[in-house]
Design a protein around this ligand. Sequence first.
Ligand SMILES: [Zn+2]
Ligand SMILES: [Zn+2]
Length: 198
Amino acid sequence: MVKTNNTDVREKVKQLFTEYLTKRKHRKTPERYAILDMIYSIDGHFNIESLYTMMEETAKFRVSRATLYNTLILLLDAHLVVKHQFGTTSQYEKCFNQETHHHMICTQCGKVTEFNNEQLQADIEGAKLPRFRQTHYSLYVYGLCSKCQWKQTMKLNSFKRKSIAEAKSKVVTKSKADAKGKKTIMKKKQEINKNIKK
Ligand SMILES: [Zn+2]
Ligand SMILES: [Zn+2]
């Protein structure tokens, strides 16, 4: 994971969080600020578990999972963090001053990849929605990642190979059976011939 050194953004979100906490009469604890700062140094998505590990290992700040969870709720409410539902898992991401991006989600392995598409963005942001004022949007595209596509092709190929091998072995057994059948007929014919001669 790459760390961003955008001090301006980190200062700005700190200020916004202070305003939010003051307005809502929440306590301004050092834990809450440490969590915010950690989140704004992460590029990409995270969940409670990965954030917990990063707080301990990178920020060297021990916080309980409950504190993490409660702080995330405040940050979501303050519009400083967004929550994504990627299939069955929930992931979070910083959102202040972030470039709009879209997500591709692999339905097989759950891998999430971000992508930009200016045309797509312009189309959605410029879309005229009846009796509705657009503020922001999320776009998730579901499908198969290249690794899972490759795995699927390999599986399909081995299935094909198996079917061909099975079909071939059936042909061999059949021809063996045919040969056996022919031999029996020959024997019978010989016996009949013998009987006639007698
Ligand atoms: Zn995949
Ligand atoms: Zn994202």
